[in-house]
Design a protein around this ligand. Structure first.
Ligand code: HEM
Length: 401
């Protein structure tokens, strides 16, 4: 969806993360800013700061006293707040500070442990294999829409225990909330869709608990108190919102990279041992996720006069291209060993689903490469990218023989 934004002439003082050129290629903007004004500012959609250095971004992520998570949307809500606040805590644990953060995160973590994630692997593999088999004969496919986008939504739906047949609707709601968040009408459609759906699913599990994450949350108690239904709804919606767009973007960007870098593609096919390091490198280079923080009180950070209520965009993708931390940051080195990337964030909100995301990315690439070792962008292909909160390809036409 093409957005209309006022052209940017000064990235240091008037940046816009929805600028079409920036969405396609943000890397040169970050390089320039790191040299000239490492924490940029804009008054578009409120007063927002955009750090670009690894050191600043990780320091802010750890300073939860000054940088709160009560509003993490990169595109702020600009309409009137709805009268009835559907979710008083938003989507915990991502949208809360301690103490609510600590126990809501603790409830989720066991569902995404290494061991648990291994148990989702066979299902993910079958899913990916089936998808590739479905378009293999055709010799061409939109690898974003017909492959990457189809995988995480089904894996997450299975974990939550909600019908896989709803996959397309879930995808639509998640895109409404994250990708089209600057359109109030779409954002509301997404939020209402998600909450309405989970409210009904919760009602069913009150009567008939099942062996799924939703039932577990609903029937958990924390220090003798049952978890409030609002919190359960928010957590369930978060797992869908955090687990879908993010991972499909990472899978899509990785396939884009391999379609446009034949040497790397051949290495991945001929040297499967490199897969572990390659996954980390692809996550570093094409980190999909930026989060926001709200400044809690006036503070001067690296000489920038930040005011209470200002927002800071936790630019994890730019941190991962910082040349003071990563040698040749724009070079994808599949076997890069020194790679302390922050694609999954840093500090107390570090991604709770990183084991799952890594497994899905690995299995999606393995099953694709096993059947389609040789592929490239279709001639004249129009590749489109989404940006803002989550960056990744949305249309990725590739051909193979
Ligand atoms: C490649 C895929 C993914 C990326 C790049 C990613 C990235 C991130 C980042 C950067 C954060 C930190 C948020 C912050 O600092 O405000 C985060 C948090 C989170 N992610 Fe992921 N994520 C991915 C996949 C997933 C998956 C598959 C799930 C689960 C289904 C998930 C669940 C969560 C949750 C629950 C949080 C909140 C943790 C907290 O606030 O304590 N993510 N993710």
């Amino acid at each position: 969806m093409a957005r209309r934004t006022e052209p940017v002439s000064d990235w240091a003082q008037d940046f816009d993360v929805l600028d079409a050129g920036y969405i396609d290629d943000p890397f040169k903007v970050w390089d320039e800013l790191r040299q000239t004004c490492p924490i940029a500012h804009t008054n578009r959609r409120g007063s927002n700061w955009l750090p670009t250095r690894y050191e600043d971004i990780t320091a802010m992520a750890h300073d939860i006293d000054h940088f709160s998570s009560v509003e993490v949307g990169v595109i702020p809500f600009e309409g009137e707040e709805p009268e009835e606040n559907l979710l008083p805590y938003g989507l915990p644990p991502i949208s809360v500070d301690p103490p609510v953060h600590s126990w809501t995160r603790r409830l989720l973590l066991p569902w995404f442990s290494h061991r648990r994630v291994e148990s989702y692997q066979a299902m993910t593999r079958d899913l990916c294999a089936g998808l590739v088999e479905g378009f293999l004969e055709a010799g061409s496919v939109d690898a974003a829409g017909s492959y990457a986008q189809q995988i995480p939504v089904r894996v997450v739906a299975a974990i939550l225990g909600v019908p896989l047949t709803m996959a397309d609707t879930f995808t639509e709601w998640v895109r409404d909330v994250l990708e089209f968040a600057d359109d109030i009408r779409l954002r509301e459609r997404g939020v209402e869709g998600l909450i309405g759906f989970f409210t009904e699913e919760v009602a069913r599990r009150k009567i008939e608990p099942r062996d799924d994450l939703l039932s577990y949350l609903l029937h958990s108690d924390v220090e003798g108190e049952q978890v409030e239904e609002d919190v359960v709804l928010g957590m369930a919606a978060l797992v869908l919102v955090a687990g879908v767009d993010t991972t499909w973007s990472a899978i899509g960007s990785s396939i884009w990279h391999l379609a446009t870098h034949p040497d790397d593609r051949e290495r991945m096919v001929n040297d499967p041992e490199v897969m572990g390091l390659a996954i980390e490198e692809l996550l570093r280079a094409y980190s999909p996720v930026t989060m926001a923080r709200v400044v809690t009180e006036d503070v001067e950070f690296q000489g920038c006069p930040m005011k209470a209520g200002d927002r800071v965009l936790m630019n994890f993708p730019a941190a991962n291209r910082d040349p003071t931390v990563f040698e040749d940051p724009h070079q994808v080195l599949l076997d890069r060993e020194l790679n302390r990337h922050v694609a999954f964030g840093s500090g107390i909100h570090r991604c709770a689903g990183s084991n799952l995301a890594r497994m899905e990315l690995r299995v999606a690439l393995e099953e694709w490469l096993r059947r389609i070792p040789d592929f490239r962008l279709a001639e004249g292909a129009e590749v489109t990218w989404a940006g803002g909160q989550v960056r990744g390809p949305r249309q990725l036409p590739v051909v193979f023989s």
